[in-house]
Design a protein around this ligand. Sequence first.
Ligand code: NCD
Length: 358
Amino acid sequence: MFGIATIGRHACPFEAGQELQVMELVTPTIRQGGVDTVFVMPNLQPPITSVAQALEYQSRLRSIEPKVNFLMSLYLHPSVTPEVIAEASLSRAIAGVKLYPQGVTTNSESGVAGDFLETYSSVFAAMEQHDLVLNLHGEVPGAPPSANMSLEEAFLPDLKRIHEKFPRLRCVLEHCSTAAALDAVRACGPSVAGTITAHHLYLTGDISEVDPLAFCKPIPKTAEDRDALIKAASSGDPKFFFGSDSAPHLLVSKSGKPVPAGVYTQSFASQLVILALEEAIEKGIIEEHEVTQERLEQFLSRSGRRFYKLPEPAADGPKIVLRRTGETIPKSIKSADGTLEIGLSRHSAPIFSLSWTS
Ligand SMILES: NC(=O)N[C@@H](CC(=O)O)C(=O)O
C-alpha cells in the first residue's frame, strides 16, 4: 500500500521553544503511521498567513524528515489577498488555503466571520483561477441553531453556496463527522471532496465528550453517523479520502481546563483506520469482502493524491507493509528527554506493526 495524502498539524502554540520541540517529536511519526505526503495545517500561533512563513515552516519540516512530501497551506485571513494567492500558486509549495470560522476550534481566533463568502469572494475567485484548494473547517461558531442540528450540519448550506458560486474551486470539507456532511459532499460536483479522520471512524460523542484525549472538533456524533463514515471510507468513492487531522496537544494541556480540541493519531494513522474497519466488520456494520486492498488504497492514498493532482505513485514505489506482531498502542509518545508527552486515545488496542518497503 502507498503512503497517504493526509492532514496533520505538526506544531502547537506552546511557550517559546516548545513549538520546535513538539515539531521534532511529531514529524518523524508521520512515516511511522504509514504516511509520506501530508497537507500541513496552518493553525499555528501566529497562524501561517504568508508565503514566506509557509516556506520557512516547510523547510524546517523537511530538515527533520526529508522523506515526506510537505504540502503547505495558508490560513484564510484578511492578509491573504488575491495577490498572495498568485504568489502562493507560483511558489508551488502551497496546495491550499484553510478556512476556520472564528472561534470554532484550536487557534481559530483569527478565522473568518459569518459573511466570509462576500468578504473573501475575490480571494476565492483567485484560488479558482490558480487552482488552489479551499480546505474547510465546516462548523458554524456558537451554539447549534436547534437541538437536533449539529454545528457541522448548520455549515452545510455554506458549502453549497461556495460551490454554486465557484464551481471549479476545489473544496475539501475536512474531518466530516455526520451522515449529512457526506450527503452534502455527494450532492456537489467532482470539485468537492470530504476527508475522514481515523478517530471519527471509532469515536462517538458520548466518549469524546468525557475523555480529553478523544475530544476534538467537530465533536464525533452518533453511532449512525460513525457508521455512515465507515461505509464512505470503505466504499471506494473517490470523493472521500483519509485526512488524519492529527492534533498533537501535550498531555499537560489535555489534563487542564479548558481541554483543547484535537486527537493525536499520527504515529498510528493507517493502523487506526484499519483497526476501526476491522471492528466495523466484527460489529456487522460492513462486510469483510467490502474492505479490499484496492479500496483501502483508494481511501488511504489514491483518491487524496488525485484530488491534489499529485503524480500517480509508481508501481514499484514505496509501500507500507502491515504485519500482526502483537503490537499495541502505547499510552503516549515522549521526547527523548521525557519533558514532552503526547497522549494516545486508544491505549493498549491491538494494532498491526507497520514498515515501509523503501
Ligand atoms: N480537530 C481538532 O479538534 N483540532 C485541530 C484543529 C481543527 O482542525 O479543528 C487542532 O489543530 O488542534
